[in-house]
Design a protein around this ligand. Structure first.
Ligand code: KG4
Ligand code: ZN
Length: 349
């Protein structure tokens, strides 16, 4: 069975993983830079690149050692080539190219979003696995940089069905959290606070609900701002105040309503009854619970990526790399040497 080393450095996680040709995760190392960026309230691209430089070698070594392999055992290297922050992507790409070139291995360039929506195919000893999932399927990729719906026909072959016209859902979570004085990135804090709050406490808009498959979250953010002003709560807010939990629960419910409803609409629009949900925001407990119920009611089989493979990681990069390698996507020689990044993702603000 081939062994693939995956490398991910598109934003603020330096990650490496070893995955087998059929998607079994042998190791998965993620070094988060959250402590570096938290004080700035968002990712600072310059600091991200520098910290990737420091972390990349130990992270790759750890992934090899956790999998109990050496570079000699590898059959290919797959690496995120975009979208992402240019300086960050370059660090992972150069490391991958150096390893591949020195060892005479093929390199498989990976689209970060395609890796997210392929993550449910990863298998591990803790029970992850694709179950009955097969192509084609509809995928919701929902993260700090993206909120998009795709039709996925094969590994890495996706057609856009809808996308956000302004903020990504993860950005909306993070901005609401920031207004409430919560640390960066705030999605996970909203998730925790929401569990104690009333989702119907504050009437918030569901932007563009039942109007096509595109998303918009900037108006919701403004509505939360007004709600906070109306409550006359001033930062730093007292997180024990039950009204804060109500704001968190109401904002989360509004975002989740839109994500769930449009995902199911997307399935109907292309006539597919298989839905994958992936990306950092897919670890939100409210989204996971609502989606599971709503999909079942509509006769749709929802595959929600295991939380450990939702936020940025390299197992998903190696997993898609394995699938593409077997389809002849490995680059060698001059193609390997001239491989470049492609950037479209905006830095978090
Ligand atoms: O996929 P990811 O790690 O990086 C990107 O590709 O953007 O996603 C990060 C995003 C952040 O906005 C973060 O706040 C959000 O995912 N996130 C969550 C939760 N965990 C992470 N949002 C809501 N609830 C969560 N539990
Ligand atoms: Zn991501």
């Amino acid at each position: 069975m081939p062994l693939i080393l995956g490398i991910e450095s598109s934003c603020d996680e330096t990650a490496a993983a070893v995955v087998t040709g059929d998607g079994e995760v042998r190791s998965n190392v993620v070094h988060s830079q959250i402590p570096v960026h938290a004080r700035y309230g968002g990712v600072v691209p310059e600091l991200a690149s520098r910290n990737h430089m420091l972390a990349i070698r130990p992270v790759v070594e750890q992934a090899l050692s956790d999998a109990d392999v050496t570079l000699d055992d590898l059959d290919a290297v797959s690496v995120t080539a975009g979208p992402g922050l240019a300086g960050s992507l370059l660090v992972g790409l150069q490391a991958a190219k150096a390893i591949a070139w020195a060892r005479g291995l093929p390199i498989v360039p990976i689209n970060h979003i395609a890796a997210h929506v392929h993550a449910p195919f990863l298998r591990d000893a803790a029970g992850a696995g694709p179950g009955a999932l097969r192509f084609p399927y509809v995928a919701l990729a929902v993260s700090g940089g993206h909120t998009s719906l795709y039709r996925v026909d094969a590994p890495g072959e996706m057609t856009v069905l809808g996308q956000t016209l302004d903020d990504a859902a993860g950005e909306a979570f993070d901005k609401v959290a920031k207004m409430m004085g919560l640390p960066y990135p705030g999605g996970v804090y909203i998730d925790r606070l929401a569990q104690r709050g009333r989702a119907d406490a504050i009437d918030l808009p569901r932007p563009m609900l039942h109007r096509g498959l595109d998303f918009s979250f900037s108006g919701l953010k403004t509505a939360v701002r007004h709600a906070l002003d109306g409550l006359a709560l001033t930062a730093p807010l007292e997180v024990d105040d039950p009204r804060i939990a109500d704001v968190a629960a109401s904002a989360q419910a509004a975002i989740v309503d839109v994500l769930v409803s449009k995902s199911l609409d997307a399935c109907a629009s292309v006539g597919l009854d298989r839905l994958v949900v992936a990306g950092g925001v897919a670890s939100n407990s409210g989204l996971r619970a609502r989606l599971a119920v709503a999909a079942r009611e509509r006769g749709i089989t929802a595959t929600i990526t295991p939380a450990r493979y939702c936020t940025d990681n390299a197992a998903m990069v190696a997993g898609l790399g394995a699938a593409l390698l077997s389809r002849g996507h490995g680059l060698t020689g001059a193609e390997l040497l001239t491989l470049d990044i492609h950037t479209t993702r905006r830095p978090a603000r």
